[in-house]
Design a protein around this ligand. Structure first.
Ligand code: MN
Ligand code: MN
Length: 319
């Protein structure tokens, strides 16, 4: 069950209202790396988790992320508080209200549509999507994804810290950023507490291909490093000579039944191309003045174009 404690996990002290900044901070409310996405990611993983330790950790962190959602939403509400009341009470002249609402970002949508409350959108007003949650129900895959998600969230908080000079806001954002670092540590420890965590899942990789590095991008800029060279790697530089890697014929085939074979042949015959044809097409027939000309051809004067010349003549007649 959930309970609500009215005390925030961290104190929110906002110096001045700033609706444009509020709209940017919504990125961490309803955005891809925001707190709702994080909470839903760990909450749903936790519900399905079989391991008691991971289940406990996931539900702890999911609930903390909801507490972060509360902090971010409170920051947005404080930044919008003045503007919200001004608009609701029509306390300013129309022109002044208009200017206050169009200060930047999507703050006008936040005021007009959402009335200055924290909306479950990102900083561009795009509604929250469950697609931000990319859990696969396998701890070795999901913990890696969680580690990356915490890393991304930390980066977004860094960027938000860099665009505000409000010390109270920097302080609260710094707390939120730091908690993502702590969560990343927990997820890393949990991942490496699984004895057999690489590769993800149950099946081992196929031996001939598991340590193969295929140098498919070649030329100036080829760089050797531990990711492609050394004793862990079987490296292929002559890629064309090495394919297909399985020693087969490298073609795609399928065994078809008699009926399928017949319709496939009919389809192929009906859509066959005639390589000896040189058909006239719209590009030939519909070419207007200049169409099909190459950049190295003399453009000439307007007089060189028959249509233009006729138009010029007609003008002379009228003159
Ligand atoms: Mn968080
Ligand atoms: Mn987190």
């Amino acid at each position: 069950m959930f309970m609500h404690n009215k005390t925030l996990q961290y104190t929110v002290r906002v110096a001045d209202p700033n609706p444009a900044l509020a709209s940017l901070i919504l990125e961490q409310f309803g955005g891809a790396d925001g707190e709702l996405a994080a909470a839903m990611r760990y909450f749903t993983q936790g519900l399905a988790e079989e391991d008691a330790g991971r289940k406990d950790m996931l539900l702890d962190i999911a609930t903390e992320e909801l507490s972060h959602l509360e902090i971010v939403g409170s920051i947005v509400a404080m930044l919008n508080k003045g503007a919200k009341a001004q608009l609701a009470e029509a306390a300013m002249e129309e022109a002044e209200l208009y200017i206050s609402m169009t200060a930047g970002g999507n703050s006008h949508t936040q005021s007009l549509l959402f009335g200055g409350g924290p909306s479950l959108t990102n900083s561009s007003g795009v509604p929250f999507s469950g697609a931000y949650v990319d859990s696969r129900g396998d701890p070795s895959a999901d913990l890696r994804s969680n580690i990356a998600a915490e890393g991304r969230a930390k980066i977004i908080y860094e960027r938000l810290i860099n665009i505000t000079d409000d010390p109270g806001l920097k302080d609260a954002l710094g707390f939120l950023m730091t908690r993502e670092v702590a969560h990343q540590k927990s997820f890393e420890k949990a991942l490496y507490s699984i004895n057999d965590n690489f590769p993800t899942g149950k099946l081992p990789g196929l031996a001939p291909f598991a340590s193969l590095y295929v140098n498919t991008s070649q030329g100036d800029g080829d760089v050797d490093g531990p990711w492609n060279s050394g004793e862990q790697w079987d490296r292929i530089d002559d890629v064309a000579a090495a394919i297909p890697l399985d020693g087969g014929n490298g073609l795609a085939t399928v065994k078809l039944g008699k009926d399928d074979k017949a319709v496939v042949a009919a389809l192929a015959a009906r859509t066959a191309s005639d390589a000896s044809a040189n058909p006239t097409t719209g590009a030939d027939l519909g070419a207007g003045p200049g169409a099909g000309r190459m950049s190295d051809e003399d453009m000439g004067g307007a007089k060189d174009m028959p249509e233009a010349a006729a138009m010029a003549d007609a003008e002379t007649d009228h003159g």
